[in-house]
Write a protein that binds this ligand. Structure first.
Ligand code: ADP
Ligand code: MG
Length: 457
């Protein structure tokens, strides 16, 4: 059987009485099944707020305390000292006697209520910090089962929060991190960088710090994690930049040493070609070809090692593209490659470095032709899109595997026997120096599309 609710009345005219009434109307008391059935006041003047509230909430307003016993109250709260003083001598008080809760007790109840509310507020504040923290935070029990996890934690591991709550720390940080688990056992929580596992099975570096606390005589751990992937990448990139600077210095020294003798060898070989016995001609031609290749390699390496300085001139990009394409016409015809040119008249004149941009186009078209090898289509498109010019160079060649796609802009990355792996690196730098971007999309066996976006200034 359901217990009868506790019917109460609050008496008084001061602020403490009004606070008390509001307290009964608040969340914790609603759960307690306490029913405020009446308020008792001495005069209307001092009790405006209380009266309005009572009227709004259908609570009786008693001005004559003689009527109180008729209400069948369970408790009669009198937080207002003055009020108690007024009614003390009235004989009706005797009838109410065991049920009167006096000002001091009321004060104590109100204090407890306030403490509870403060606690709730602090809990809420803590929870919102926990929820919105950028660091991943998890709370684990003694067995390392996850009890709480925030959104950041779910995100770095690729799970939903619900999924995380059914996991153990060992599902996220492999047991092979023995040093880490030993530290937990020893209660040492200083931050360490270890390897963690995502939902998709991939590993990533993570910085973990751990602390323990006990609640209701059980041990819990708070774990704070931070993904270190970007930091690691940055470190690697810095290291690579350092290495490249060293390579650059060595390369410019070598270029300097090789270039002159190469020109001399080339010059003499040319002279010899005119006089040589026809049966030895092939060999000399090979020498000349190889010299040519070395010269272009040296030019590439030189371009790569020097910093890019752009000299902007008013240019027609379509014209630059056409010039570059005409340069490759014979080669394309030789391999049965069809060239489709689709240039938009809307493309405005832009201020770029024509020599450098031409170098980019040469690099990309050369790559496309080399990728096609035999039979296929090379398509060159230009468009005006909002405030950028888009240039697309696409081919129906061999394409790039996903594995390599990440590497193609790295210096010296090449899949070609005689490649330098510098064409795309240099092109990337040139486009970037112009404030533009260069992107490559590719499907292995299908073809590749290089897109250059250049801002019009
Ligand atoms: P290189 O041409 O000397 O190899 P690049 O920097 O120009 O150097 O290109 C790097 C690598 O990117 C190439 O070796 C090739 O594997 C790949 N690549 C670039 N463009 C294409 C393309 N259009 N089709 C297929 N692979 C390409
Ligand atoms: Mg190339």
């Amino acid at each position: 059987m359901k217990e009868k609710s506790l019917d109460v009345c609050v008496a008084g005219c001061d602020k403490s009485a009004f606070d008390f009434v509001l307290m009964f109307d608040s969340e914790p008391f609603k759960k307690l099944d306490v029913r405020l059935v009446a308020v008792c006041i001495l005069n209307e003047e001092n009790s405006r707020e209380l009266i309005n509230f009572a009227k709004k909430n259908d609570i009786s307003i008693i001005k004559d305390i003689e009527k109180l016993p008729q209400l069948g109250l369970d408790l009669f709260f009198v937080p207002d000292r003055e009020f108690l003083f007024h009614i003390q001598d009235r004989f009706v008080v005797r009838d109410l006697k065991p049920y009167i809760v006096e000002p001091n007790t009321c004060k104590l109840i109100y204090k407890l209520y306030e403490t509870h509310i403060e606690g709730k507020k602090a809990e809420k504040k803590f929870y919102s910090v926990f929820k919105s923290a950028r660091d991943a935070i998890m709370i684990l029990d003694e067995n390392l089962d996850i009890h709480q996890a925030n959104q950041a934690a779910a995100k770095i591991f690729g799970y939903t929060i619900e999924e995380l709550l059914s996991k153990n720390l060992k599902d996220l940080i492999p047991k092979s991190e023995k040093g880490f688990y030993k530290k937990i056992k020893e209660g040492r929580g200083e931050p360490v960088i270890i390897s963690a596992v995502k939902k998709d099975g991939s590993s990533f570096p993570v910085r973990v710090s751990l602390s323990s606390f006990s609640l209701n005589s059980s041990l819990y751990y708070t774990v704070i994690l931070r993904d270190q992937t970007q930091r690691k990448e940055m470190e690697e990139r810095l290291l690579q930049a350092e290495r490249l600077a060293a390579v650059g210095q060595t390369a410019s020294y070598l270029i300097h040493e090789i270039k002159n003798p190469l020109i001399i060898i080339g010059g003499f070989a040319q002279q010899l070609l005119k006089r040589i016995d026809p049966k030895d001609k092939d060999k000399l031609e090979i020498i000349l070809k190889e010299i040519e290749r070395l010269e272009s390699l040296i030019t590439d390496v030189r371009d790569f090692t020097k910093s890019i300085e752009i000299e902007r001139k008013d240019c027609d990009l379509n014209e630059l593209l056409l010039e570059t394409i005409s340069f490759f016409k014979d080669e394309a015809a030789k391999y049965g490659i069809e060239i489709i040119v689709d240039l938009s008249k809307d493309v405005p004149r832009v201020k770029v470095d024509p020599d450098l941009m031409k170098q980019v186009f040469i690099n990309l078209i050369k790559n496309a032709i080399e990728a096609i090898n035999e039979q296929g289509t090379l398509r060159v498109i230009s468009r005006l899109e909002k405030s950028v010019v888009k240039i697309e160079i696409s081919d129906t060649g061999c394409g790039i595997s996903e594995k390599y796609l990440r590497e193609i802009f790295n210096p010296f990355f090449t899949t070609k026997k005689k490649g330098t792996g510098l064409g795309l690196t240099i092109s990337y730098r040139i486009v970037k120096a112009h404030g533009g971007i260069i992107k490559i999309k590719s499907k292995e066996g299908k073809g590749t599309t290089c897109t250059i976006l250049l801002p019009i200034k």
